[in-house]
Ligand binder design. Structure first.
Ligand code: HEC
Ligand code: HEC
Length: 365
């Protein structure tokens, strides 16, 4: 009798383990893995503003490391073919250098990929139109976007719980006690922590000059004065610095820089910021992008319409297409060939190869 009860209990246990333990349901105890969060120290170039970091997602060394791995991991896509980094590559200044991006199904995005350099300072919203406000909120979207990673969050959670490394890494980053606590919320928190670490190195020529460690050549200095309207000859002001202001080389504003010729404010092909705010005056306005490492971010503008800086400057020289909401400082420029070369030489001082080649930002796989 005793023996048959034993067998019955044994069979029940076996059955129990078969029915309860679906893949991804393994509730294994993780508390033996040490959880010692060490805060991640941000090193900012001279003059940079403080970064606003959400109180519920402080940066830690293990959180940033987990986020980096997730950012480069194709586990986030439906067919294991793509990751965030497929459209945000380090040597493209965290863009994909395409006019439009191709997602897992081969479909094209409707706008050009954006740089993630200094994205932690983007405090007026994210995307070309600012439609989301935090990096955590943003990172939820590409996974389920049918023309990006085309995966579902419940599937991603199961894959991460079943992975041999992630449960330990989530434990170290967030102190979870079981695999079941791996969630989309923690996944995007880690990715956001990694993105906030993507900060200029401070070793661009521009930053070194500002820090008093280097000096501009005559040509770069002239380009600087043209860019920031400092040249005593007013006809040589290019107005760039009003919108692409130091130190981030963006004011994070949404503006119309006159790319499109329209009959009225309702006629923009892509309404940009206006679609988000519902304000007519915002139609055709897009986020001012940073000019740091701009050489690596081509092609340019929200729709990748220009391939070179020369084409961009050709656009600004015309003063852009007039519209009721065109940026107030937009006007035709009169730049000689040497003014143009000086302007380009100054923009080249924003080149930050240490950022692009930083081993802590590269693919960990
Ligand atoms: C298929 C290509 C593609 C993939 C994959 C992709 N992105 Fe993007 N990303 C884009 C495009 C295109 C935009 C601009 C879209 C817009 O403004 O409408 C963008 C914009 C962003 C922005 C806004 C930057 C800013 O300055 O406002 C962030 C942040 C970002 N992506 C992070 C991510 C993360 C994190 C992942 C992975 C979870 C990811 N992206 C996956 C193409 C992609
Ligand atoms: C009125 C504000 C304003 C002024 C002045 C201005 N820009 Fe811009 N710039 C913008 C906006 C807004 C965008 C994005 C527009 C879009 O994609 O629709 C942009 C985009 C760019 C881009 C493309 C960046 C990328 O990542 O695609 C470059 C390069 C650029 N500007 C350089 C300059 C230079 C050089 C000057 C001076 C000659 C200048 N800008 C003057 C507002 C301005």
């Amino acid at each position: 009798m005793k023996r048959s009860i034993f067998v019955l209990v044994w069979i029940l246990l076996l059955l129990g383990s078969c029915t309860d333990k679906e893949p991804g349901d393994n509730d294994e105890d993780l508390t033996q893995v040490p959880y010692n969060p060490e805060s991640y120290e941000l090193i900012l170039p001279v003059q940079f503003p403080a970064m606003q970091i959400p109180e519920d997602n402080p940066m830690t060394v293990d959180g940033v490391a987990l986020g980096r791995r997730l950012f480069y991991d194709t586990i986030l896509s439906s067919d294991g073919s793509m990751s965030c980094s497929s459209c945000h590559l380090p040597n493209g200044n965290f863009t994909d250098n395409q006019k439009f991006s191709t997602g897992v199904t081969g479909e094209l995005s409707s706008r050009s990929s954006m740089t993630l350099l200094n994205v932690g300072f983007a405090n007026t919203g994210l995307f070309w139109d600012g439609r989301v406000s935090t990096l955590e909120e943003q990172a939820l979207l590409p996974v389920e976007d049918p023309i990006e990673l085309h995966e579902s969050w419940p599937n991603v959670e199961v894959k991460l719980r079943d992975d041999e490394n992630y449960p330990t890494l989530f434990r170290k980053a967030f102190g979870i006690e079981t695999k079941m606590e791996i969630s989309k919320e923690l996944t995007v928190k880690a990715i956001a922590q990694f993105e906030r670490s993507l900060i200029s190195s401070g070793n661009s020529k521009y930053d070194r000059v500002i820090a008093g460690l280097d000096v501009f050549s005559d040509q770069e200095l002239r380009g600087h004065d043209i860019f920031f309207d400092i040249d005593p000859d007013q006809s040589k002001h290019a107005e760039c610095g009003h919108c692409h202001n130091a130190p981030l080389f963006t004011t994070n504003e949404y503006l119309n820089n006159g790319l499109d010729s329209v009959d009225d404010l309702l006629s923009f092909k892509d309404q940009g910021r206006g679609k988000v705010t519902g304000v007519l005056f915002d139609n055709g306005a897009f986020k001012v992008p940073t000019l740091r490492n701009i050489i690596n971010s081509a092609p340019y503008m929200h729709d990748g319409r220009f391939n070179t800086l020369d084409e961009v400057i050709d656009h600004y020289e015309t003063g852009g297409h007039i519209a009721d909401n065109i940026g107030a400082v937009m006007r035709p420029l009169i730049l000689s060939e040497s003014d143009r070369q000086a302007l380009i030489a100054f923009i080249a001082t924003l080149q930050d190869d240490d950022f692009l080649n930083n081993p802590e930002f590269s693919n960990p796989f």
